[in-house]
Write a protein that binds this ligand. Structure first.
Ligand code: C2E
Ligand code: MG
Ligand code: MG
Ligand code: MG
Length: 279
């Protein structure tokens, strides 16, 4: 409970708290209703193989298509969905939709779905992945699940058991936002990840900061030594792509190629050749 210097300050503070708590309650109610009304859409961002310049997969990214407020970013609703546990239902929807969409794409194109640490506390996680694959007919090998280091931070033995079960089905597991968490290197020993995604914060400063360059070089080298693919997130310009290519980074994803777009635009994103100034 906050202490007040004077009556006015106290009242002001309390009112502020009330307003925030109320806004949060409203958003939570809204979120719950939105799940029932199917207001969530999945957008897709292409992931390209650096060497061949071909699209190899799309990352599924949630968008809340709010009737009054328009498209809402996941940054605004995922944390609340996690706090309220609604992420379990939302995550299952994303998984089902992403698998169903991907099943209509060419066979060589995969789909990557983000999993929240909260979903790992749900005993039905593995079953919901199995069901999404079965319902869509998508081959398990075409599904990548992205987790962050924070997933391994919580109850790591149970988490590792789930990851191994998923892997046993043929699903691939990527370590997302690499470099922004805690003890990254030991995580690489605790589970044989299929892919490391180098966080955007390092990629965006690639050409301007020596230390970012050094970190990207170290991570791509690490991936090579461990036999793990590396994907650079947030590639926005040709200079960054060129540096990544030189370092042997396997895949690239970012606005340079495309922002995340609705499922209806996937075919177009696959067809569009990327025009590059320098080959
Ligand atoms: P993430 O998984 O690391 O996804 C990459 C984010 O970077 C996406 O933001 C994408 O739009 C953005 N991005 C891609 N290329 C560029 C670029 O060149 N420049 C810049 N500035 N940004 C780029 P988005 O869609 O806002 O998603 C943010 C985060 O929300 C995701 O980060 C992920 O952690 C989470 N998220 C999104 N959808 C889901 C979901 O369905 N489930 C869960 N659990 N988390 C999700
Ligand atoms: Mg991701
Ligand atoms: Mg990421
Ligand atoms: Mg990220």
């Amino acid at each position: 409970r906050a202490k007040a210097d004077g009556r006015g300050t106290y009242r002001f503070f309390e009112t502020g708290m009330d307003a925030r708590a109320q806004a949060r309650r409203l958003l939570e109610m809204d979120l719950r209703a939105a799940l029932g009304r199917n207001e969530f859409e999945v957008h897709y961002q292409p992931i390209r193989d650096v060497a061949s310049d071909r699209v190899v997969a799309f990352e599924a990214l949630s968008r809340w298509n709010h009737p009054q407020r328009g498209l809402i970013s996941p940054v605004a609703f995922i944390p609340l969905a996690e706090e309220t546990g609604l992420i379990v239902q939302l995550g299952e929807q994303v998984l089902r939709n992403a698998c169903a969409d991907a099943a209509t794409w060419p066979e060589e194109i995969g789909v990557a779905v983000n999993l929240s640490p909260v979903q790992f506390k749900n005993p039905n996680l593995v079953a919901s992945v199995t069901e999404a694959l079965a319902a869509s007919g998508l081959a398990a090998e075409r599904l990548e699940l992205e987790i962050t280091e924070s997933v391994l931070l919580q109850n790591s033995e149970a988490t590792l058991a789930i990851l191994h079960e998923l892997r046993a089905q043929g699903v691939r597991i990527s370590l997302d936002d690499f470099g922004t968490g805690y003890s990254s290197l030991s995580y690489l020993r605790s589970f044989p990840f299929d892919k490391i995604k180098i966080d955007r914060s390092f990629v965006s400063e690639l050409s301007t900061r020596e230390d970012s360059m050094a970190i990207v070089r170290a991570v791509t080298g690490l991936g090579r030594s461990l036999g793990i693919a590396t994907t650079a997130e947030g590639v926005e310009n040709d200079a960054q792509l060129e540096l990544l290519r030189r370092e042997g980074c396997t895949q690239a994803q970012g606005y340079l190629f495309s922002a995340p777009r609705p499922a209806s635009e996937v075919v177009m994103m696959l067809a569009k050749p990327r025009l590059r100034a320098s080959a």
